[in-house]
Ligand binder design. Structure first.
Ligand code: ZN
Length: 364
């Protein structure tokens, strides 16, 4: 007769062994041979009680390391204890978890999947763009894919978060599990964060940024909470605006909130948008193919803007993404200077922004 049971909880090797028929003496002899077993926090314990005819007191425990693929098969037959260290070849399935974000991301993830480590990792990786839903009128959502490790059909533990996304209205922030060459580790990083060659040039000869992409931001003027769907570049009134990449002009319009604006579609599938323009060049029409060196307009403060600035947005698959990970640190005109300009970010002075993205949507 074989009795198999599984404990799906994080337990220490010592407590798993002592609660399954191993006495003090056994524990001492095991820890002398395998001192690492004491240090490991084990994800799960699988117990096989094999009561066959020759030996009715055989106990077998399989202890899985939470941190890596090591496992230990501990067998007790009468007074004889054997420990075999093995490397697990897990069957990996991917589980998709999604939900509505209420208050913080941490609390919302815990509600769907009660794993504090995972929830903490997720909320940490999004902290630059999102802290809480405070003040947001419309729902924010999260979705992530996580590995599940199985041993012969028995679920053992969760593995890596493969990717994760937050959605707030038309803004999306997506992260994926990538190698970080700076830190030499694999971690959850923003999509495109490790791109060696960023596809887009700065659209103005200025790298002074007055506001970054945010999934929830309290607007300094209206006090409304909403995503900031792009980056605001500070530039003088009338400064030339250039396409961030060659492309085809798909929209030229004027709206109450965006002011005069242009949208360009690029071969790489992204669209870029340029708002609050003072003027749009006369030769630029819908359908015009524009090149990096073609001036398309001038920086202004048309629409709901309290000061002169360029609001620059990047759209992928209908969602605004964070432009910072797709932008070079220089404009096309500055490319020969061979100097990477670090963007000067001054989030404290946020007066140069459009009044409301709420109105932007309304005008679409
Ligand atoms: Zn803006």
């Amino acid at each position: 007769m074989t009795f198999v049971s599984s404990i799906h909880a994080s337990v220490s090797a010592t407590s798993a062994l002592s609660s399954n028929g191993f006495n003090e003496e056994d524990l001492v002899s095991i820890s002398q041979k395998y001192p690492e077993l004491n240090r490991l926090l084990l994800a799960t314990v699988k117990i096989n009680l094999a009561n066959n005819k020759s030996d009715s007191s055989q106990i077998e425990l399989k202890l899985y390391s939470e941190k890596n693929n090591d496992a230990y098969v501990v067998t007790k037959s009468g007074k004889n204890i054997e420990v075999e260290k093995i490397e697990m070849k897990y069957d990996v399935l991917v589980k998709s978890v999604e939900g509505v974000i209420r208050h913080t991301l941490y609390e919302s993830v815990i509600r769907e999947l009660n794993l504090p480590d995972i929830a903490e990792k997720l909320s940490e990786s999004f902290q630059d763009e999102f802290t809480s839903t405070k003040g947001l009128k419309k729902a924010a959502q999260f979705q992530f894919d996580i590995e599940q490790y199985f041993d012969h059909g028995t679920f053992i533990k969760y593995g890596q978060i493969i990717n994760a996304s937050l959605f707030v209205r038309k803004a999306i922030s997506k992260k994926s599990y990538q190698f970080n060459p700076d830190k030499m580790v694999w971690e959850l990083l923003p999509e495109n964060a490790t791109l060696v060659e960023k596809p887009f040039y700065l659209p103005v000869n200025s790298s002074s940024i007055s506001s970054l992409f945010q999934l929830n931001r309290r607007h300094p003027v209206t006090k409304k909470h909403q995503p900031h769907n792009g980056i605001d570049f500070r530039a003088k009134n009338g400064s030339p605006v250039f396409p961030a990449l060659d492309g085809e002009v798909t929209t030229i319009a004027r709206s109450r909130s965006k002011g005069k604006y242009i949208t360009i579609l690029h071969d790489n599938g992204y669209q870029t948008t340029y708002m609050h323009l003072k003027k749009i060049e006369k030769n630029i029409k819908v359908g015009t193919m524009v090149e990096l060196s073609d001036q398309i307009g001038e920086v202004g403060r048309t629409g709901f803007a309290t000061g002169t600035h360029l609001h620059f947005g990047i759209i992928k698959d209908g969602f605004f993404v964070n432009p910072i990970f797709l932008l070079k640190r220089y404009s096309f005109a500055q490319k020969d200077q061979n100097v990477e300009i670090e963007p000067e970010i001054n989030e404290k002075n946020q007066m140069n922004m459009e009044i409301s993205d709420e109105d932007i949507e309304e005008d679409k």
